[in-house]
Design a protein. Sequence first.
Length: 182
Amino acid sequence: MSTGKHTSRMKHLRSLILAAAALGAAFTSAHAQTQPATRIGYVNTERILRDAVPAKASQQKLEQEFSKRDKDLQEMAARLKAMGERNERDTAVTNESDRMRRQREFAELEKEFQRKQREFREDLNQRRNEELSQVVEKANRVIRQIAEEEKYDFILQEAVYASSRVDITEKVLRALGTPAGK
């Protein structure tokens, strides 16, 4: 093949590629004009779970529900500490049988404390999860309502970055009864 024919074919091929690209761009532009723009919103879930009225009410409810048990655990921890300090301080002046009895009492109290502390944490976590799921459920209902009313195509709750233009967290907070700017 001669160099002239090769150059001519390359020019022709380049012209076809450019024509196809122009046709594709024109089609895309015409299609975009007939389709409404996709509407995307973003909700900061962490902020909803921290600042929304239902989230704060759940937190207060949990504090009231678990405050007595927490206080009891703190008192038990103080008793343990005092008992340990007393056992350590009196080691030299206590006979062997009393020292062994005190150590057993201390070990039993410490075991009971750890059991109660573990049960407390498990119960608190279970109740917290129950309360949070109710808050998330309410928030999701509000988000769906906003999306339908304002014709959003997507509402994202997890994003690496979200522009303030698409952030509808304030709308959700207001709909959940939270004053603006909180």
